[in-house]
Design a protein around this ligand. Structure first.
Ligand SMILES: Nc1nc2c(ncn2[C@@H]2O[C@H](COP(=O)(O)OP(=O)(O)OP(=O)(O)O)[C@@H](O)[C@H]2O)c(=O)[nH]1
Ligand SMILES: [Mg+2]
Length: 383
């Protein structure tokens, strides 16, 4: 028989004395018995709440041996609390799965056995989503909160994932209800230098888990109004989320190489234009001069992309370089054909006066994605 696995429900608290005792009782007596295959533990990470939250937890520890308490030196943000909680869950509590969970009854406890069931099925990352069938925002939320949740969530999805498949499949990136597998995921996550130690950490953990190739499952979350106590949502939260998502995407290696690819492409255009001018002034016909300029820009693009954009996958060795350079010329010819089709067809439909606009459309919507795809899939493909 397999050894029973440990699931650690991590609950950060700041002044949650009104609900935490009830939550602990509910988890141990009602919720956990529904997951007989799991050894469920609770870890409360308390930000030295002045309202006596930790005293209540200590009292409950007399009753529940699987209840752990960590009291922070001071309140440092919900992200900081989860970093400490995850570390402790791995190091002290031998966690196989960690669950992010609110102690104010906003997250229905009955989602916990559902999430563990999905982990049992082989998923690595189970997310409670308010945006799929069966999920919802609290009925009592005002316009502002609904707006931030909907528009902010969509913006975060876009910034983090567009145009990959994850843009469509991660429907609720700011959700606070998650179960994460430790082995290969949480134990590989970098938590020392987060962009945000407040709410933005949620996006950061999400992004890291996705980049670690976690198998993701979304379950419906009927998000509730907090049962008692005051809201700790800071007014700067939307800004924190926006800042974190932008930093994550901008500093992603893929984005970095896309920016370099753009710069190299622009330099290629300049080389093309200068080449045309130079050869034309040397007395060649404009057509020949343009073709030579184009070949110079192909050489420039190939060289700089190889040395800079895709330096981590650099092509080296004379034979290999020649082979790939020929292939590169071949894919570049594809871009010429695309231009021929888009500008040719476009002017036929709309008239010749649209040729420059059509050129921009051809480059922006077709050639850039086409080149990016060809470079990544064929020329500088992963080894
Ligand atoms: N340890 C710790 N816990 C925190 C901190 N900030 C918030 N929390 C707790 O984390 C839980 C989730 O916080 P948020 O979702 O940001 O805010 P909230 O108060 O639940 O917001 P509402 O949706 O209005 O209830 C709350 O139950 C807080 O008690 C913090 O800095 N440190
Ligand atoms: Mg809450």
């Amino acid at each position: 028989m397999n050894k029973q696995k440990n699931a650690v429900v991590v609950i950060p608290t700041y002044n949650e004395s009104e609900t935490i005792g009830k939550m602990i009782d509910h988890l141990f007596s009602v919720t956990f018995p529904k997951s007989p295959g799991w050894n469920c533990k609770v870890l409360i990470v308390d930000a030295k709440s002045p309202d006596g939250t930790s005293e209540i937890v200590k009292e409950k520890q007399k009753k529940y041996s699987n209840l752990d308490l960590y009291i922070e030196e001071k309140k440092e943000g919900i992200g900081a609390a989860y970093v400490k909680g995850f570390r402790r869950a791995m190091e002290k509590l031998d966690a196989d799965v960690v669950i992010e969970f609110d102690g104010d009854f906003q997250h229905p406890p009955e989602t916990i056995p559902v999430m563990l069931g999905e982990i049992d099925k082989g998923y690595d990352y189970v997310l409670g989503s308010r945006k799929i069938q069966g999920g919802s925002n609290p009925k009592g939320w005002g316009f502002k909160r609904v707006f931030f949740s909907e528009v902010g969530g969509l913006a975060a999805r876009f910034i983090l994932f567009f145009p990959t498949k994850k843009f469509f499949s991660i429907t609720d990136p700011t959700t606070g209800l998650k179960a994460s597998r430790v082995d290969g995921f949480v134990n590989k996550m970098k938590m020392d230098n987060l962009y945000s130690r407040s709410f933005g950490y949620k996006l950061e953990f999400l992004y890291q888990m996705i980049n670690l190739d976690a198998k993701v499952k979304e379950i419906p979350l009927k998000f509730q109004l907090r049962e008692a106590g005051e809201s700790k949502i800071a007014s700067g939260t939307p800004k924190d989320i926006l800042r974190t998502t932008i930093l994550l995407r901008l500093n992603d290696p893929k984005t970095q190489s896309f920016i370099k690819f753009g710069v190299v492409g622009f330099v290629g255009y300049i080389v093309n234009a200068l080449g045309l001018e130079l050869f034309f002034r040397l007395g060649l016909s404009a057509g020949i001069a343009a073709a030579l300029g184009a070949e110079l820009s192909i050489i420039s693009n190939f060289t700089w992309n190889n040395l800079w954009t895709f330096s981590s996958k650099k092509i080296s060795g004379v034979i290999k370089i020649i082979k790939k350079f020929l292939a590169f010329n071949f894919t570049s010819a594809g871009a010429v054909i695309i231009q021929f089709i888009v500008v040719g067809l476009g002017t036929k439909f709309f008239g010749d006066q649209w040729r420059q606009v059509l050129l921009v459309i051809a480059i922006g919507f077709f050639i850039i994605p086409y080149n990016w795809l060809m470079y990544n899939k064929f020329i500088w493909k992963k080894k």
